[in-house]
Write a protein that binds this ligand. Structure first.
Ligand SMILES: [Zn+2]
Length: 72
């Protein structure tokens, strides 16, 4: 089973995407990204000062992947 990680878009700060752990430089939605230290459980948490944004497309794509990847 592949692991998902939170990555940050290189084109816009504080805009987070989701990538496969072994491919941190591209998000599930196809954007260029870089690694962050954020654990998956912090996905969706918005700090009122920073106002992080989380890619809805990545979230949707991750759920699709989870449904289709068999856990062997
Ligand atoms: Zn995305």
């Amino acid at each position: 089973m592949k692991n998902f990680i939170i990555t940050e878009g290189i084109e816009s700060t504080w805009h987070y995407h989701i990538s496969f752990e072994d491919k941190p430089h591209v998000s599930l939605c196809g954007r260029k990204t870089m690694r962050t230290n954020l654990p998956m459980k912090s996905w969706g948490i918005v700090n009122e000062h920073i106002k992080e944004r989380y890619c809805r497309e990545c979230k949707k794509l991750m759920n699709v992947q989870k449904d289709t990847i068999s856990e062997t």
